[in-house]
Design a protein around this ligand. Structure first.
Ligand SMILES: NC(=O)c1ccc[n+]([C@@H]2O[C@H](COP(=O)([O-])OP(=O)(O)OC[C@H]3O[C@@H](n4cnc5c(N)ncnc54)[C@H](O)[C@@H]3O)[C@@H](O)[C@H]2O)c1
Length: 99
């Protein structure tokens, strides 16, 4: 299952990513983050904890062209959106493939 975590270099996203890679058999995690508050060390920590590589796209999600290209490259089964600056998080989960 391909999981795309938007905001994955932040606190919640990085913990979710490491947990998903550890707990879900066959899970692949890709991360979109603009690093406005997250950091690359968080992604390195995910890879260290899970002993798996993560595909990282440094993208501002307001850049719709870049966002579309990343979605086309990843082709996710499941999207977890926890990127935010001032608003509450929005979680989008395809429950048929992401359980
Ligand atoms: N941290 C907590 O204990 C906690 C608890 C409950 C709910 N939440 C909610 O979870 C969400 C995430 O919280 P967090 O603590 O992980 O925050 P965070 O700041 O650590 O992570 C947010 C990530 O989103 C990224 N981001 C922000 N704007 C972006 C953009 N335009 N494009 C791409 N990436 C962007 C940031 O670089 C960062 O890595 C928030 O909505 C927060 O309210 C957090």
């Amino acid at each position: 299952m391909k999981i795309l975590v938007i905001g994955g270099a932040g606190y919640i996203g990085s913990h979710f990513s490491a947990h998903a890679l550890e707990q879900l058999s066959g899970a692949e995690v890709s991360i979109i983050d603009d690093l406005s508050s997250g950091n690359l060390e968080a992604i390195e920590a995910i890879e260290f904890i899970a002993q798996k590589k993560v595909a990282f796209y440094q993208i501002d999600i307001l850049d719709l062209d870049a966002l579309q290209k990343a979605f086309q490259a990843v082709r996710p089964d499941c999207v977890v959106h926890v990127a935010e600056k001032n608003r509450p998080p929005l979680f989008m989960v395809n429950q048929s493939t992401c359980q």
